[in-house]
Design a protein. Structure first.
Length: 159
C-alpha cells in the first residue's frame, strides 16, 4: 500500500482543526496509509531576531530530517515552490508513486523551513501565493492530497 507521510511543525490547538485533520486522514485511508508526524515548534522570543529564527529553524530541521522515512519522495511546502493545478499535481504524484511508493510532505513552523530541509527535498510545492496559518495549511494539504488520489482513482469528488 502507498505510504503517505506528512511531517508538520507545531500543534493543532483548536478542536475544529484536529477534527478536520482526522476526517481527511480517515478519507485518505481508502487510497493510502497516511501518517502525520507532528513535531514540536522551537520556541523563540515574541519579537525574535533573525539569529533566533535561524537557530530555531536549524533545530527544527534536524528533527524534520530525522523523521523523514527512508527512500520516500520528499516534498517541501514553501511559498517559492512550484504551483500545480489539481490534475497536474495528481499526475506528478502518480509518477512518483509508481517509482517510489512512498511520499513525505513537510510543513514547517510559522517561520518556514530551514534551507537544508528544502535542499533535501525532491520538490518544493506551493499551494498558493497567499499566506495561510499553519494549522489551516495542514487541513488544506490533506484536502489537496485527498483530491489528487480521487482524481487518480476516477472518483466523483473532483468536479
Amino acid at each position: 500500500m502507498i505510504q503517505l507521510t506528512v511531517i508538520t511543525v507545531g500543534n493543532l490547538k483548536e478542536g475544529y482543526w484536529r477534527d478536520a485533520v482526522a476526517e481527511y486522514e480517515k478519507r485518505l485511508c481508502a487510497f493510502c496509509k497516511p501518517e502525520i508526524i507532528q513535531l514540536k515548534e522551537t520556541r523563540v522570543a515574541d519579537d525574535p531576531s533573525d539569529t533566533e529564527i535561524n537557530t530555531a529553524l536549524a533545530d527544527e530541521a534536524k528533527r524534520i530530517l530525522a523523521a523523514i522515512p527512508p527512500r520516500s519522495y520528499k516534498i517541501a511546502l514553501c511559498v517559492e515552490g512550484k504551483e500545480f493545478s489539481s490534475e497536474e499535481l495528481a499526475q506528478r504524484l502518480e509518477g512518483v508513486l509508481n517509482e517510489n511508493g512512498s511520499i513525505c510532505l513537510v510543513i514547517g513552523s510559522s517561520h518556514g523551513l530551514a534551507p537544508e530541509v528544502k535542499a533535501a527535498c525532491d520538490l518544493r510545492l506551493s499551494v498558493s501565493k497567499l499566506t495561510f496559518p499553519h494549522q489551516l495549511m495542514r487541513v488544506l494539504l490533506l484536502e489537496v492530497l485527498y483530491r489528487c488520489f480521487g482524481i487518480l482513482k476516477g472518483t466523483k469528488y473532483h468536479k
